[in-house]
Write a protein that binds this ligand. Structure first.
Ligand code: S3P
Length: 428
């Protein structure tokens, strides 16, 4: 099994323009291209396992894809039945959004994924889709992949979701675009809104009013997408934490999406005491710009609101919390239990093995800040757990095993980390 040994870092000052492109936007860009007339052009597509799987799936669904390396051009004559099983790999976003896209397509489709994805709950999308006439099934009564879909005619809906999930919302918006009437989707808290922004930019009739999104069925194909994918704030955040816990450090992360539903973890780190500034440089589909993070001593905080805005960054934020003065509490974050790993237990166990006192709750944890000590931590196949504990190693040294998962979202992570400290990677 692969292993990295990370050495403690000295203070650093860096500008990074090569943070991995945004995963959420990359997935969506290739899927939404299938709803357009003409050729969509995608620059800076994330070439990581999760998103390359989505690109392969749209090819399997008949899209014509021209990949020149610099950009990807996609055109489609409509979704075709696939000869292949559609493999989403590790990606919940891939699987849940394809459910929405394929529920009304002509034909029969099978979606699967790796052993982690095949254990994650899918009823959150299969149940509301079945309620509007979709023909979907899967193991455990439609909750677990592999999932099968036979495209069907979908009824209009007014759906209120109990969870703030952009994956469920996006799935239902995609279904609504081809339903038999105007649909509404209401969520308990605003989740990331890339789907709404991108589809509106392509000409879809979507209105957002507070927590309710109204979707008018497509009367014709949408305009093609022309997008340069910004850097992923969830990936950038590992380096933000690196600077925030390494005395005297200063880092600028360039070309990141500054979408408010994505930068809440930076706001939390700011509340802890780090000096953070944002400079907007452009605005196409989303605001995009640079984030600068400068070290300052950190204090504990409570995180209990807008959880879906920082759900993916909580493992890395927890490393900052473990080094902060005083207690930090994370609440209302039960969704962490159904991510790529049960991130409440992987964070709690990992921090405890680094000598930190942590109390575990059903929906979060309490971390008593202290001094991290060097340990051996296994990622449990979860990319964000692997990268979070590697970043912890910048303070105390660390050995982290099971690293292949990092390729699902941030293939050049180690290349960038080497600008900060020495690392030794071994194993296959
Ligand atoms: C994502 C939404 C979030 C997030 C995931 C990506 C998306 O999941 O955790 O990494 O691209 O829509 P939920 O919407 O299920 O919370």
């Amino acid at each position: 099994m692969s292993k990295v040994v990370v050495s403690p870092a000295e203070k650093f000052s860096l500008k990074i323009s090569e943070i991995a492109p945004d995963k959420s936007i990359s997935h969506r860009s290739v899927m939404f291209a299938m709803l357009a007339e003409g050729t969509s052009v995608i620059e800076n597509f994330l070439r990581a396992e999760d998103t390359m799987n989505s690109l392969q799936i749209v090819k399997n669904l008949g899209a014509k894809v021209l990949d020149t390396g610099d950009k990807i051009e996609i055109s489609s004559d409509g979704i075709q039945e696939s000869f292949e099983v559609l493999d989403c790999g590790n990606s919940g976003t891939g699987m849940r959004l394809f459910c929405g896209l394929l529920s009304s397509a002509n034909g029969h489709f099978v979606l699967t994924g790796d052993k982690y994805l095949r254990s994650r709950p899918m009823k959150r999308v299969t149940a509301p889709l079945k309620d509007i006439g979709a023909q979907l099934d899967g193991r455990n009564n439609g909750d677990l992949a592999p999932l099968s879909i036979r495209g069907a005619s979908l009824e209009a809906f007014d759906y209120t979701s109990k969870i703030a999930s952009a994956q469920v919302k996006s799935c239902m918006i995609l279904a609504a675009l081809r339903a038999n009437g105007v649909c509404t989707y209401t969520e308990p808290e605003l989740s990331r809104d890339h789907t709404e922004r991108m589809l509106k930019g392509m000409g879809a009739a979507i209105e957002v009013n507070g927590l309710t999104t109204t979707i008018h069925p497509m009367k014709k194909l949408l305009s093609p997408l022309s997008i340069r994918v910004p850097a992923d704030p969830s990936s950038a955040f590992f380096f933000a934490v690196a600077a925030a816990i390494t005395e005297g450090s200063d880092i600028t992360l360039e070309g990141v999406t500054l979408n408010p539903t994505r930068i809440e973890a930076f706001k939390a780190l700011e509340r802890m005491g780090a000096n953070i500034s944002y400079e907007m440089k452009e605005n196409k589909y989303e605001p995009i710009g640079d984030i600068r993070v400068q070290y300052a001593p950190l204090n504990g905080i409570v995180v209990e609101e807008n959880i879906s805005w920082l759900i993916d960054e909580l493992p890395a934020l927890s490393i900052a919390m473990a080094t902060a003065k005083g207690e930090s509490i994370v609440k209302n974050a039960e969704e962490l239990r159904v991510k790529e790993s049960d991130r409440i237990s992987t964070v709690v166990e990992g921090l405890r093995s680094c000598g930190i006192t942590v109390d575990e709750y059903e929906d979060g944890y309490k971390i008593t800040g202290g001094k991290l000590s060097s340990a051996q931590v296994d990622s449990d196949g979860d990319h964000r757990i692997a990268m979070s504990f590697i970043v912890a190693g910048l303070q105390c040294g660390m050995e982290v095993t099971d690293l292949e998962c990092i390729n699902t979202s941030f293939p050049n992570f180690f290349e960038l980390l080497q600008k900060i400290t020495n690392i030794e990677i071994s194993g296959e």
